[in-house]
Design a protein around this ligand. Structure first.
Ligand SMILES: Cc1ncc(COP(=O)(O)O)c(C=O)c1O
Length: 496
């Protein structure tokens, strides 16, 4: 039995298994250690003690009460040193969309190690050109726009390149961005990321973006209801262009102070919140009128996470510049990049040396990226991701019926959210979300007398959202298992 539901972004009907069709997870074909086998591990203790002394705590490792050492990975699982499997529902913030140790992607990397393991970026190699060509074609298919690609290494660096391109094209260094948006932690990316927490210790950011409320309908910043608001939030942006006194535009020249609007159509770190239908279309029309470029940050939501190669495809607008990274190489050798419309990035406008980094377009990255794009081109991910996403969302709705502490569940494709609250289903509960994160990492959840762990990531404005980005290759029994593990973890954490 299945029922039709509307895709939140497109309004198109998608088929979902009926609520209540969840089957208890069948034992998986994995050799789990038994519960009695919780051995002590003196080497791990020594490593943790050493890490505590020699590694900076400036990264995100120490978000966990007890940092975790993993040893191997395969498919949807990470394995610790006792070979305990941890079902990963976040896949390295959506960098490993095709599953851990994906054989095709790994083989592409191995072949390239034998063929052309390294090459200075001032010379060309075949894979770079072919990969750029596949990306250019994919954007042309999706948005009917011609353009070019420029590679870099990490997401934030590509964001920096996008900023440079906007500045060069428009001559403007002020940007618009959303509250709750996340674009990275280099200085330039921090200036367009709303959290002051990431800037506080680092002096003045004269180029800090103007942050606009994101349409977070579950907690509408204007206290409206989605069903009746008539996109009041876009009206508030439109108001900024009505006269000169809002400081956004000079009505005489019709020029705006801003060069570009950096957009995540579904906020990643912000808690997997998606824009409501019609929002971006209306916003994009306004931005075009005033020559403000749209920079589409696809770093977390690209590569079929939402059921289309590029998430923006489902939101009725076209990018001027697109930024991508993470899942391009399935988490192997880092590679990121920007795509931009031909008028912005043509050689006469963005000439040789406009931007550069030693490891950009590294040959191990381009070879794996090329293989990833070939896998997507040869697969049916549009269909499978939407179907799996609908099934997973139903499982989350089932959990929500059981636990009033789940205030909101939502999703597009396999980008899903579960917002943890107090028992009133609304007051954010960071405490509960935190406990779930830590509980999953303990690695002693009992499944059929065997032990398992659960890898979760917590995001959102109140740090109370379980942001779910499972492997696009996750199986239906694994999704059922995810339901049961989440149920176990929530039940356990509510008690304490
Ligand atoms: C939407 C988005 N933009 C930019 C970045 C920054 O990418 P990186 O961490 O590779 O620098 C991230 C990383 O999480 C992201 O999710």
């Amino acid at each position: 039995m299945s029922r039709e539901t509307a895709n939140p972004a497109t309004g198109l009907a998608i088929s979902q298994p009926a609520a209540g069709t969840h089957k208890p997870a069948a034992p998986l074909d994995t050799d789990f250690p038994s519960l009695s086998g919780l051995d002590s591990d003196p080497e791990a203790e020594a490593l943790l003690e050493l890490e505590n002394r020699v590694c900076s705590h400036g990264d995100t490792v120490h978000y966990a009460e007890r940092p975790k050492i993993f040893n191997t990975c395969k498919g949807s699982y990470l394995y610790d040193r006792q070979e305990t499997p941890y079902l990963d529902l976040q896949m390295w913030y959506s960098a490993v969309n095709l599953g851990y140790a994906n054989e095709r992607v790994n083989n592409a990397l191995k072949l390239q190690i034998d063929q052309l393991p390294q090459l200075a970026c001032q010379y060309l190699h075949k894979e770079k050109i072919e990969l750029a060509s596949m990306i250019v074609e994919s954007v042309e298919d999706a948005f009917e726009e011609k353009g070019r690609v420029h590679f870099n290494v990490g997401g934030s660096q590509a964001v920096e390149d996008a900023l440079k391109l906007v500045r060069k094209t428009t001559g403007k260094s002020r940007m618009l961005a959303f509250e709750g948006g996340y674009h990275g932690r280099t200085l330039g990316a921090s200036a367009i990321t709303s959290s002051y927490r990431y800037r506080e210790a680092y002096g003045e950011f004269g180029d800090r973006a103007e942050f606009v409320p994101f349409p977070y309908c579950f907690r509408c910043p204007y206290g409206k209801k989605k069903e009746t608001c008539n996109l009041f939030c876009v009206e508030q942006i439109e108001r900024k262009f009505e006269h000169e006194y809002t400081g956004w535009v000079n009505p005489r020249t019709r020029k705006s102070e801003f060069g570009a609007f950096f957009v995540e159509v579904i906020q990643g770190t912000g808690g997997y919140i998606g824009m409501p239908a019609g929002y971006l279309e209306r916003l994009a029309k306004l931005l075009r009128e005033y020559g403000i470029l749209i920079v589409d940050d696809e770093i977390q939501m690209g590569f079929f996470r939402t059921g289309t190669l590029w998430a923006m495809e489902q939101f009725g607008a076209r990018p001027d510049i697109m930024v991508f990274g993470k899942a391009l190489t399935n988490g192997l050798n880092p590679l990121s990049g920007i795509w931009a419309r031909e008028e912005l990035i043509s050689p006469d406008r963005f000439g040789p040396g406009s931007t550069h980094s030693t490891f950009s377009s590294n040959s191990l990255g381009t070879a794996t990226g090329l293989e990833v794009m070939k896998i997507f081109a040869g697969g049916d991910y549009g269909k499978t991701v939407r179907e799996k996403g609908a099934y997973f969302l139903n499982l989350l709705k089932d959990l929500q019926r059981k636990h009033p502490e789940i205030g909101d569940v939502d999703g597009l494709g396999l980008a899903l959210r579960m917002e943890m609250c107090e028992s009133d289903s609304y007051t954010p509960s960071r405490k509960l979300a935190d406990k779930m994160f830590q509980r999953g990492l303990e690695g002693n959840l009992e499944v059929d007398g065997k032990r398992m762990g659960l890898v979760l990531d917590i995001g959102g404005y109140y740090k109370n959202v379980v942001t779910l980005a499972p492997s696009l290759e996750i199986t239906y029994p694994e999704m059922d298992l995810a339901h049961d593990l989440l149920d176990m973890v929530i039940t356990d954490c509510k008690k304490g």
